[in-house]
Design a protein around this ligand. Structure first.
Ligand SMILES: Nc1ncnc2c1ncn2[C@@H]1O[C@H](COP(=O)(O)OP(=O)(O)OP(=O)(O)O)[C@@H](O)[C@H]1O
Ligand SMILES: [Mg+2]
Length: 230
């Protein structure tokens, strides 16, 4: 028998195993002061959700909790009923990040930086390298694979960071301002690739200041001073 509508939506909010949505309920994060205040949001699988808000409004903090890098002071972040916080700050295998600060290893090549994301997940080195080449190509930087990251421009590094986040085909992709250093053409490429990830069923969240990026997403959540304002 079909459960009543209110029960269904309540189960979805709780992230029951039938849904692959990423669900945050009453998340508060206090570090000296309150950085997130009672945030309840659902990031659906198969959709690109924009997370906007002024600088300092809590976007990076929210993505960090959503991806299991930070433990919420109270409240929960769950994927299919499983807590994202694993107790160590190591994210689950299901999660990939494009970090705002890139997090690349400067003395490794662009290809090695992408490849290590897969090797860390157990992919054989040759296969990881091949996938890394393909991921760099998605962002128009296949020709930079051999180049050391410290010899790249800011926008090129940002695209390597995108390649590293996208290459793993994760169930949850959390991209923190992935287009902030890019020209319009490359921004369009990243947006198209974000859509591609959602099309294969991933939860995709993109933190951004850019109205054009918000416009291109399926859903929009806005933060201000640690609270959801839309
Ligand atoms: N480790 C920390 N300890 C204490 N406060 C922090 C810490 N990290 C961030 N903050 C503060 O938390 C607030 C939210 O920061 P956060 O980085 O989440 O904002 P943001 O919306 O991502 O901003 P931006 O658009 O500049 O990237 C800011 O006021 C920031 O100064
Ligand atoms: Mg940020």
């Amino acid at each position: 028998m079909r459960p009543p509508h209110d029960r269904l939506s309540s189960e979805q909010r709780r992230g029951d195993p039938g849904t692959r949505d990423l669900v945050l309920e009453h998340v508060t994060y206090v570090n000296g002061r309150t950085l997130l205040d009672d945030v309840s949001v659902a990031f659906p699988a198969g959709r690109v959700t924009a997370l906007s808000g002024p600088s300092g409004s809590g976007k990076t903090t929210l993505l960090s909790i959503a991806g299991g890098l930070l433990e919420p002071t109270s409240g929960t972040a769950e994927l299919a009923g499983r807590e994202m916080w694993t107790g160590s700050g190591d994210p689950r295998q299901e999660v990939a990040f494009v970090l705002q600060v890139y997090g690349l290893v400067p003395i490794l090549s662009a290809r090695e930086n992408v490849s290590i994301a897969l090797r860390a997940r157990g992919t054989a080195p040759a296969d990881a390298d091949e996938a890394a080449e393909a991921a760099l190509a998605r962002f128009g930087i296949a020709d930079l694979g051999e180049r050391q990251v410290e010899e790249l421009s800011g926008g090129q590094m940002q695209r390597v960071a995108c390649a590293r986040g996208f290459v793993v085909g994760a169930e949850v992709l959390l991209a923190d301002e992935p287009t902030s250093e890019l020209d319009e053409g490359n921004r369009s490429v990243v947006l198209a690739e974000l859509r591609e990830e959602a099309a294969r069923g991933a939860v995709v969240v993109v933190a951004t200041h850019d109205p054009a990026v918000v416009e291109a997403c399926d859903l929009h959540i806005a933060l201000d001073e640690g609270r959801v304002v839309r």
